[in-house]
Design a protein around this ligand. Structure first.
Ligand code: ADE
Length: 235
């Protein structure tokens, strides 16, 4: 197994980089890809930058240039459901776009024309592993469900409600579905792991800067616990 870990922002990957051993760096398309061992597991960590295009191109580079066999997207997200509070964790059952909209030509919102799924399904083994890792870090505060992604920072109640209606997602962020889409097209298992930094409504303007660091570091801690479990499973 070779794990590719993608985070959009520095805060989302910095503690992972500190924990990596036998590090080597390669710069491709403006991102530094850090290869090495995370908890003894063969891993490549990259900060992709914000948004779907940055995320997809880094995921494809991980596949083509590093031969990763599994993809994990770690980071923060806005909550779309009342039960998910700041600091809580979401593991993707699947991921879809909330801003792909070809309804005028008869596709449901979210559907990419030409793709055979509306939402990209995450891998069962990785879901289980991410859930157990999340529960080990923050017991009783993890939910498994849909991640809704788009190129928008959501900080408005009406927009939040539209995204909930369209996707039925648990949280919203800006990269997960693009990584899921790339993984799907490459036939590679993936999971998205997100910690809640805000409620994706008017309160997000205040909450996001306050809780960004806490949520990003919690998610990195869970990702590390996940790598440990995957290494143990490898034997
Ligand atoms: N990442 C963290 N919070 C977010 C939000 N409210 N919208 C989009 N991405 C986010």
């Amino acid at each position: 197994m070779k794990l590719g870990i993608i985070g959009a922002m520095r805060q989302e990957i910095e503690t992972l980089l500190e924990k990596m051993e036998d590090k080597t760096f390669r710069n491709i398309a403006g991102s530094a890809f850090c290869g090495g061992k995370l908890e003894g597991l063969d891993t490549v960590v990259v900060q992709c930058g914000v948004g779907k295009v940055n995320a997809a191109l880094c995921a494809q580079i991980l596949c083509d240039c590093f031969g990763v066999t599994h993809l994990v997207n770690t980071g923060i997200a806005g909550s779309l459901c009342a039960e998910l509070d700041i600091g809580d964790l979401v593991v993707s059952r699947d991921a879809m776009y909330h801003d792909m909209d070809c309804h005028v030509v008869n596709y449901p919102v979210g559907q990419v024309p030409g793709m055979d799924v509306l939402a990209f399904p995450a891998d069962e083994m990785l879901i289980r592993c991410a859930f157990e890792a999340a529960e080990s870090v923050h017991p009783g505060h993890t939910r498994v469900g849909r991640v809704a992604s788009g190129d928008q920072f959501v900080a408005d109640q009406a927009q939040k409600e539209t995204i909930i209606r369209v996707t039925n997602g648990l949280c919203t962020e800006m990269e997960g579905a693009a990584i899921a889409h790339t993984a799907y097209r490459n036939g590679i298992p993936f999971v998205i792991l997100r910690a809640i930094s805000d409620k994706a409504d008017h309160s997000a303007e205040v909450d996001y800067p306050t809780f960004e660091m806490l949520a990003a570091h919690r998610c990195a801690e869970v990702t590390t616990a996940m790598a440990r479990r995957l290494r143990d499973a490898e034997g």
